[in-house]
Design a protein around this ligand. Structure first.
Ligand SMILES: [Zn+2]
Length: 137
């Protein structure tokens, strides 16, 4: 039920990613031909179409590229989380990942800013563990 609300699902391309999230490892794909990282996972390289894709463990550190504070839950499922911060994170490897910024004092938005350094954490939703981010102090 919760996974349906989160719109999370896996397939042959993403199963590896989700399995490692459960182990609290953030895996991203790297192309063996053009050497670029890509996210989300794909069957081939989205830059050069190569099929020589390799998984590499991200250091899980990045910075906030953009963010928004959500005060009004888009559905009943999210009501218990408001206010919460959704953000576009630019990982050190150069890829963008959309996620949540989790912090102890969500009411204090002043500590969240574009360019702020963040690190991966994980939130357990039963079948899936989702990578979320916390501010690096
Ligand atoms: Zn490539």
């Amino acid at each position: 039920m919760e996974n349906d609300m989160l719109n999370v699902g896996s397939d042959e391309v993403t199963q590896y990613y989700w399995d490692h999230c459960k182990q609290e490892k953030l895996m991203i794909q790297n192309c063996n031909d053009c050497k670029r990282f890509q996210f989300p996972p794909n069957l081939s390289c989205r830059y050069c179409s190569s099929n020589c894709i390799e998984w590499k463990k991200s250091n899980g550190i990045g910075e906030i590229y953009s963010y928004s504070v959500v005060y009004r839950a888009p559905s009943v499922f999210f009501e218990k989380y408001v206010p919460y911060v959704v953000a576009l994170i630019k990982l050190d490897e150069g890829v963008m990942i959309e996620s949540w910024i989790i912090q102890d004092e969500l009411s204090d938005e002043s500590v969240i800013s574009i360019g702020a350094k963040v690190k991966t954490s994980y939130q357990d939703f039963g079948t899936y563990k989702l990578p979320v981010f916390k501010l690096l102090n």
